[in-house]
Design a protein around this ligand. Structure first.
Ligand SMILES: Nc1nc2c(ncn2[C@@H]2O[C@H](COP(=O)(O)OP(=O)(O)OP(=O)(O)O)[C@@H](O)[C@H]2O)c(=O)[nH]1
Ligand SMILES: [Mg+2]
Ligand SMILES: [Zn+2]
Length: 351
């Protein structure tokens, strides 16, 4: 097969490179990961593969192992073995749930992160902000999707509230995930060669929407609990699928916990951080200090209390996680100090 043909096939599954590997290695994309191994796609065929021995070394940072969305070099054989992960264009990750600090990759080489929330009992603006904070760090563009529009008599108030709360540059779309119209709405994010990942709580309708976009009932879906709209964790594995429109979509399991990694910038709250900079005291606690710009904005209604509370929560969590991350990196480097990802400001009075 000619190189041109191989490259053309890889383009279909989102490859942006120009050079094929030498030494008898071949390129493919990781479309699924199971306990028993990986599933790869080369733009034409789907096949199983195993990670090479060096990926199984104890103590290896899990983020260095192949993840769904990765382009990998593999050695053909029975079974094929993944030898190398190509540099990732974008990476969406979170800190894994549990005591030990561990970064967990949700998806790589994605152009858009579709943050899906049901307009039913699942709706929670603070959780959407948490997702957006994780997306900021990924290099991909966030898109907010609100499903189950058909279940509501009037979603206008909820939509307006969210629109006012999120940056004007973040697209928000309300849709019925079961209707073909939603496919048209999402076309700009699913163009040939582009990749998107769907994230959101269990029961939000990620697999339902994926099926609608696929035009088949390929993925299992299940009804949510009536009393609290919670899902049943129907999807258990991430899966990258090619859509009829040419784009690639990664469906993910609903995540119970979405911990920050400690590397987030909190750009979503840049306006609040700028406001806090104008308090009279540089170390203002934004409580009852004189000249507190935050209290003034809260009193006048310019700053919504709920958004302020969510900012404080995410900021504290980011700081905690950054400290844990720093300690972990220091241990890995044998005790040598490293630069903190987020420096502390000095304590000084401003005026
Ligand atoms: N009426 C209506 N029902 C929807 C919509 N989207 C999803 N549903 C229903 O919501 C339930 C949950 O949908 P799933 O697609 O399984 O949810 P999921 O996000 O994939 O959930 P997990 O796989 O558990 O993470 C199913 O009963 C769907 O039929 C929608 O836009 N409108
Ligand atoms: Mg699902
Ligand atoms: Zn203040």
């Amino acid at each position: 097969m000619s190189d041109a043909l191989i490259i053309e096939r890889l383009r279909r599954i989102g490859w942006r490179g120009n050079e094929l590997p030498a030494d008898g290695l071949r390129l493919a994309r990781v479309v699924a990961q199971h306990r028993a191994g990986y599933e790869l796609h080369d733009g034409e065929h789907l096949f199983g593969a195993q990670p090479a021995g060096h990926f199984l070394k104890r103590g290896l940072d899990p983020s260095e192992r192949p993840a769904v969305g990765d382009f990998v070099e593999f050695e053909p054989g029975a079974p094929p073995h993944i030898q190398r992960v190509l540099e990732r264009r974008t990476v969406l990750s979170r800190a894994a749930a549990g005591e030990r600090y561990e970064r967990q990759i949700i998806a790589t080489n994605i152009d858009y992160v579709l943050v899906l929330t049901g307009l039913d009992g699942d709706f929670n603006a603070a959780r959407i902000e948490r997702y957006l904070t994780l997306v900021e760090d990924s290099g991909a563009q966030p898109v907010v999707l609100l499903s189950k529009l058909d279940l509501l008599d009037d979603a206008a108030a909820r939509l307006a509230e969210l629109r006012a709360r999120l940056p004007a540059t973040t697209p928000i779309h309300a849709l019925n995930g079961k209707s073909r119209d939603s496919a048209g709405l999402l076309a700009p994010y699913l163009k040939p060669g582009d990749s998107a990942v769907l994230v959101g709580s269990s029961g939000a309708g990620k697999s339902t929407l994926t099926n609608t976009l696929l035009g088949t009932d390929k993925l299992a879906t299940a009804a949510v609990r009536a009393h609290d709209s919670r899902g049943r964790h129907t999807t258990t594995h991430r899966a990258l699928l090619q859509l009829p429109t040419g784009g690639c979509l990664i469906d993910t399991p609903g995540m119970r916990e979405l911990k920050l990694t400690g590397e987030e910038d909190l750009d979503l709250f840049a306006d609040i951080e700028a406001l806090a900079e104008t308090c009279r005291f540089a170390d203002c606690g934004h409580g009852s200090e004189p000249g507190c710009a935050v209290q003034r904005a809260l009193d006048s209604g310019d700053l919504a209390p709920e958004r302020w509370r969510n900012y404080l929560k995410l900021r504290d969590e980011r700081e905690d996680q950054a400290a844990t991350l720093e300690a972990r990196l220091r241990r890995q480097r044998g005790g040598r100090p490293i630069d903190r990802p987020h420096g502390h400001r000095g304590q000084r009075e401003r005026d």
